[in-house]
Design a protein around this ligand. Structure first.
Ligand code: MN
Length: 315
């Protein structure tokens, strides 16, 4: 029998005790107890599933819903505490920073401190900041700094904008609350962020900028042909697909489907796709079991499970 492959998962969440007082993810006690744990329970569940390294990130809503005055000093404390968790198990954990995006310059500074002082591998932002998509120019100082530091920014979903909930989903929220989240609402909002990043010109301004999307690229790989075709009149020099495939990386978080993976490989190539679970919102064994039957050759499987993440995050 072949040795167990080394597995890195990079959209794996926790909940900081101080941030929690400003709002949580709206999850049940089973999930919250796992978000709270950065020790034995988490390590035990990683061991059971054969996950060797988690790149930790703060759960939704994180610092994106907290005002600048509060979030800027809090971000330092949050990231310092996360650093301590990584220090306790440096062979099992790495980290993405939480950023106080309500003050983009301060967020850029905190990104730099987190990477250069705390050894973090990039940052994750959740949903929108005060109802504004993160491609907006006010946030570009963060991307300028990310390029200078050569670290990726992970664009993660959160609950959709209240106006969207009201217009698109409210008829079904009561019976099917998942419609706002993993079932559809997360996908629509975060795919929209991805499209908007390409349209914004941020990748012309910062050609080294790298963006990660979870959940198999929030569906965008499946739509690359149609989006590129639909934008061909105004994007004739460089297509939507060209820009997306040059700057985006995707993960398999909470999306363990062979057809979705193969479509993504066909559109983007294997080098930009990384395994993730989305712990504890998705179960480690569900993701780990899937990796045992991936329709990939050994070389590509190694890239998906750890090689691509090692290269991108310099692990
Ligand atoms: Mn997640």
């Amino acid at each position: 029998m072949a040795a167990k492959p080394y597995i890195i998962a990079l959209e794996e969440h926790y909940l900081d005790s101080e941030v929690k007082q400003h709002g949580g993810p709206g999850a049940g006690p089973e999930i919250v107890s796992r978000l709270d744990d950065l020790g034995q329970l988490r390590l035990h569940e990683m061991d059971e599933a054969g996950i060797d390294l988690q790149v930790l990130s703060h759960s939704i809503p994180g610092l994106q819903t907290i005002d600048a005055e509060t979030a800027v000093p809090m971000a330092r404390r949050v990231n310092d505490r996360l650093r301590q968790a990584v220090e306790r198990h440096p062979d099992r954990f790495a980290a993405f920073a939480a950023l106080p995006t309500a003050d983009p310059e301060a967020a850029a500074d905190e990104l730099e401190r987190s990477v250069t002082t705390l050894g973090f591998k990039g940052a994750m932002v959740n949903g929108l900041t005060d109802g504004v998509f993160h491609d907006d120019r006010r946030f570009w100082p963060i991307y300028e700094r990310a390029q200078a530091l050569d670290v990726p920014i992970y664009i993660h979903p959160a609950l959709p904008h209240p106006a969207v909930v009201e217009t698109y989903y409210k008829d079904y929220v009561h019976q099917h609350p998942g419609i706002l989240r993993a079932a559809w609402g997360f996908t629509v909002e975060t795919a929209t962020q991805g499209v908007r990043f390409v349209l914004s010109g941020v990748f012309d301004a910062y050609p080294g900028l790298k963006i990660i999307l979870g959940h198999m690229g929030e569906g965008l790989p499946f739509y690359l042909w149609r989006i590129s075709h639909g934008l061909r009149a105004t994007m004739n020099a460089r297509s939507f697909r060209d820009i997306f495939c040059a700057h985006f990386y995707i993960t398999t978080s909470g999306f363990f489907s062979d057809p979705a993976l193969l479509c993504s490989v066909m559109e983007m190539g294997i080098d930009r796709i990384m395994f993730s679970v989305d712990y504890p919102f998705a179960d480690n064994p569900l993701g780990a079991k899937w990796t045992e039957t991936l329709p990939l050759c050994a070389e590509d499987k190694e890239k998906l499970l750890s090689g691509n993440a090692k290269r991108l995050l310099k692990l």
